[in-house]
Design a protein around this ligand. Structure first.
Ligand SMILES: Cc1ncc(COP(=O)(O)O)c(C=O)c1O
Length: 483
């Protein structure tokens, strides 16, 4: 460390911090000014080869060993901005990650400074209370009663694992004694479910055959009428059904499983019902789209990502249980150096895989209280409304095929010009997507549906307009005609 610099000196931090905020605000303005199709110099993603970036940063810490910290910080800030995927541009229509509200990131910064890890109440007093408020807020939106409880954790994948661990504990009570027949449990899940459900079961030691994939219908919803026969076949095969996981909604297409039908089945067979609402649970905020989750209050547990449709920075995930006691059953651990009283209700470390964790409740609580819940409800309505308008437009185009009517802000489609057929259509989507991304006006992704490759857009940015999406279609046509 350079002896002349006190790394804790607040004054250089103040100066650098002001400059950083100015630069970030300028950056946001630049993002806002970009109109897809009308710029060349500021691509949504400036695609770089990993080898080149690796070479450029071969020895970053030695780049200017004696130079002033400020200059190195500015260089690095510029480099990170330049090489990032610019979610705040209207042309970003890629994966399900929010373009975060700039006001929200300030609360993240404060949490980083305080570093109050919250495993125990004393290591994050108000942080703990704010997390509990957020959990209660989510539980109320779900329609749970006062007996509900839960936690915030780092992402939907970890959230689904946490809920499935609670389900297993509820069904088998195996946390302390272990589970001798670990190969024998089973969960039922839509064939379109996010991979993290299978991964959770595999982490839990049940193997990949513990996941029974229920086929989907033409709208990519779980065919719930098949559940009874799959249940019987599973029992016949020697497995014990544990839970049904509803995709609410599925990642690829945004289809919502029929929760009422799944809840009926689970109640009849005494199975745990878990709702993977990582993406779709935010529909609860909109009076117009809440119906997609009808019956959610009948679930034992729900996962809800605030970093998807709620405009907040990753990661902020609620794992909400209908009955409070399940929140503490996933990880009941004695650790005298932390939890003096194993039942301490305010020690969040009992409830999560994480010990020290980010105070994500601060960012969620502050954003809800400063912007008001309306901003988030409006975002759902705006982006889902745009998806519907985009789908309407696609249906008028004879050279594009819409995969299915969107229920959320996800639209899958493919370009089908008359002169390309069969398997070559898949290769066409793939090559066009890569070329569009390289052009820099848009960033979109792809997915496979029933074996065919589709272009996939998630309309995450509330500033994206229908004409930006029409421009995307024109660009696909133009690139194809250029060959
Ligand atoms: C339905 C669903 N579940 C789980 C996840 C994983 O969430 P995370 O990326 O927060 O771990 C996703 C992510 O796209 C998802 O769409």
């Amino acid at each position: 460390m350079n002896q002349a610099i006190d790394p804790y000196d607040p004054e250089p931090f103040r100066a650098l911090g002001h400059q950083f905020v100015d630069k970030i605000a300028d950056y946001l303005q630049r993002c806002h000014d970009v109109i897809p199709g009308e710029h060349d110099s500021f691509p949504v993603l400036d695609v770089r080869r990993p080898e080149d970036l690796e070479q450029a940063f071969e020895s970053p810490l030695l780049a200017h060993p004696e130079g002033p910290e400020r200059d190195r910080s500015h260089d690095l800030l510029d480099a990170i901005l330049a090489a990032s995927n610019h979610l705040h541009q209207r042309g970003y229509v890629g994966h399900q990650v929010a373009a975060p509200l700039p006001g929200a990131i300030l609360w993240d910064m404060l949490s980083s400074l305080m570093n109050n890890g919250m495993a125990v109440y004393e290591m994050g007093q108000l942080q703990t209370i704010l997390e509990r408020r957020c959990v209660r807020w989510m539980a109320e939106r779900i329609g749970y009663g006062p007996g509900a409880g839960g936690l915030l954790t780092s992402g939907g994948s970890l959230g689904n694992l946490t809920a499935l661990l609670a389900a297993r504990q509820h069904m088998t009570g195996s946390w302390d004694g272990g589970f001798e027949e670990s190969g024998q449990l089973a969960v039922f899940v839509s064939a379109d479910a996010h991979y993290c459900v299978a991964r959770s079961m595999q982490i839990m030691g049940h193997g990949k055959d513990s996941v029974v994939r229920v086929p989907v219908d033409a709208k990519h919803r779980m065919r719930t009428e098949l559940l009874p026969e799959l249940f019987e076949a599973t029992v016949q095969a020697g497995r014990r059904p544990m839970a049904v996981v509803s995709s609410s909604c599925g990642t690829s297409t945004g289809a919502f499983d029929n929760l009422q039908a799944i809840a009926d089945f689970c109640e009849e067979r005494e199975l745990w019902l878990h709702v993977d609402g990582a993406h779709g649970a935010s529909h609860l905020l909109s009076a117009k789209h809440r119906h997609t989750l009808e019956g959610i209050e009948r679930a034992h547990s729900v996962v809800w990502d605030a970093h998807k449709l709620m405009l907040l920075p990753a990661l902020i995930t609620g794992v909400i249980f209908r009955e409070q006691q399940h929140a503490a059953s996933s990880f009941a651990q004695e650790a005298s150096y932390l939890f003096e009283d194993a039942s301490a209700a305010y020690d969040l470390g009992h409830r999560t895989l994480e010990c020290t964790k980010r105070a994500m409740g601060v960012t969620l609580y502050a954003s809800l209280s400063t912007y008001g819940t309306e901003v988030f409800a409006r975002n759902v309505e705006l982006t889902v409304g745009l998806a519907r308008a985009f789908a309407d437009h696609l249906e008028t185009c004879t050279d594009f095929r819409l995969a299915l009517r969107p229920e959320t802000n996800i639209v899958c489609f493919r370009y089908e010009p008359g002169n390309v057929e069969g398997a070559q259509l898949n290769a066409l989507q793939d090559s066009l997507r890569k070329r569009v991304v390289r052009q820099g006006h848009h960033y979109l992704v792809q997915t496979r549906l029933d074996g065919d490759l589709y272009l996939r857009t998630t309309l995450m940015n509330p500033r994206t307009k229908l004409e930006d999406l029409q421009q995307l279609l024109d660009q696909l046509r133009g690139l194809h005609s250029q060959k």
